[in-house]
Design a protein around this ligand. Structure first.
Ligand SMILES: Cc1cc2nc3c(=O)[nH]c(=O)nc-3n(C[C@H](O)[C@H](O)[C@H](O)COP(=O)(O)OP(=O)(O)OC[C@H]3O[C@@H](n4cnc5c(N)ncnc54)[C@H](O)[C@@H]3O)c2cc1C
Length: 336
């Protein structure tokens, strides 16, 4: 029986793990992977105290930080996936893993973050890993000197474009909504990294919400092309991707020739295993009290991107994890 089980090895879970070790809570720390979502980023510039760090290095540093203080207090299980979470009649919590093992604790912190939303159009499944990919830093180099598209105009979309521009022949960025949601620095970075012959930005609707000066700069760049009001409808090809079809608001269907399609259309909270034990909102995010990170189920806390909070950033998740741990500690210690 553990005091606490922490689920997730991103900034929220690792921060909580470090605090749990220092507070000597007997903890089981379970994660599928280390570092969380920004592991794919080539350059993270806003992790406070570290002006610039690659995502994979940040992941190693997080792992190292927890391992340094874990000692005999925090047991670490990595490469494991939680498949179920149950509340027992006596109030304890049981976590089931993908190897069918069960682990019991007084408290659980859910910090399992989010995963990429899959593209749901004709051809997306058929061509996955045959031109359709969800990870630019993993697959980008395979598309050197080729024409590629990025679907999604948020930060992840622009970061992906920035990475691809270093070696692709052209990058087309396709955004379904009315404006790009990326912050100006990310947009600018994408533009400055534009070594490609041409870059096309495709946007579903007629305007952009990003900072006007940055937009102007991006649009003026000779390597960038913007297509507005574009919604992807079909991925075409034979054995591998050869093109992307999209519709415009006037109803006309158009096509671009690309051999790679990088999908960055948002995230889905990793909360399926918790749906029967605590309340989720309409987007499957865990509902929490933001003062304490408590969920609606006694004994279960949640932190970071898997919760129904505004704004998703590494620093925010780390802070949420710490707040949760402080509250867990007080709750467990005042129970006696
Ligand atoms: C491409 C990209 C770039 C980004 N760049 C930045 C940036 O520059 N700066 C910034 O502040 N933020 C950035 N973000 C946002 C930031 O990465 C997230 O806000 C942050 O990672 C959320 O942390 P988290 O700990 O809540 O969840 P996550 O990072 O999603 O971590 C969740 C963890 O839980 C594990 N997990 C998931 N399901 C299970 C399960 N069932 N069982 C066990 N383990 C599980 C995962 O393996 C992972 O380790 C970026 C995001 C993306 C996608």
């Amino acid at each position: 029986m553990y005091d606490l089980i922490i689920i997730g090895g991103g900034p929220a879970g690792v921060s909580a793990g470090v605090y749990a070790a220092r507070k000597r809570l007997k903890t089981l720390f379970i994660t599928k992977e280390w570092g969380g979502q920004s592991i794919v980023s080539i350059d993270i510039q806003n992790w406070i105290g570290t002006p610039s760090i690659a995502g994979d290095k940040l992941a190693n540093e997080m792992k190292n930080h927890l391992e340094t203080y874990a000692n005999e207090t925090v047991s670490i299980m990595s490469d494991k996936t939680v498949t179920d979470l149950k509340k027992e009649a006596d109030g304890t919590l049981t976590v089931t893993l993908d190897d069918n093992s069960n682990h019991t604790s007084q408290a659980v912190l859910i910090a399992s973050g989010s995963s990429r939303r899959k593209l749901d159009i004709k051809g997306a499944d058929t061509f996955e890993n045959r031109g359709v990919t969800y990870c630019a830093s993993c697959d980008g180099p395979m598309f050197a000197r080729q024409d590629v598209a990025v679907i999604g105009g948020g930060n992840a979309g622009f970061e992906t474009a920035a990475q691809l521009l270093a070696y692709a022949k052209s990058v087309t960025l396709i955004n379904r909504s009315a404006s790009f949601k990326a912050d100006p620095i990310t947009i600018e970075k994408a533009q400055l990294l534009a070594y490609a012959k041409s870059v096309t930005l495709i946007n579903r609707s007629a305007s952009f919400k990003a900072d006007p000066i940055t937009i102007e700069k991006v649009l003026l760049h000779p390597n960038m092309t913007t297509i507005l009001n574009a919604t992807p409808t079909e991925i075409i090809g034979d054995k591998f991707v050869s093109g992307l079809r999209y519709s415009t608001t006037t109803g006309s269907l158009k096509e671009i020739s690309v051999t790679g399609i990088f999908v960055e259309i948002g995230m889905i909270p990793n909360t399926v295993y918790a749906k029967n034990v605590t309340d989720l909102d309409a987007y499957n995010r865990i509902i929490i009290d933001p003062w304490t990170q408590k969920t609606n189920t006694a004994g279960i806390w949640a932190a970071g991107d898997c919760t129904n909070i505004h704004y998703h950033q590494n620093n925010i998740s780390a802070g949420d994890g710490v707040r949760a741990l402080e509250d867990i500690y007080v709750t467990l210690k005042t129970r006696i």
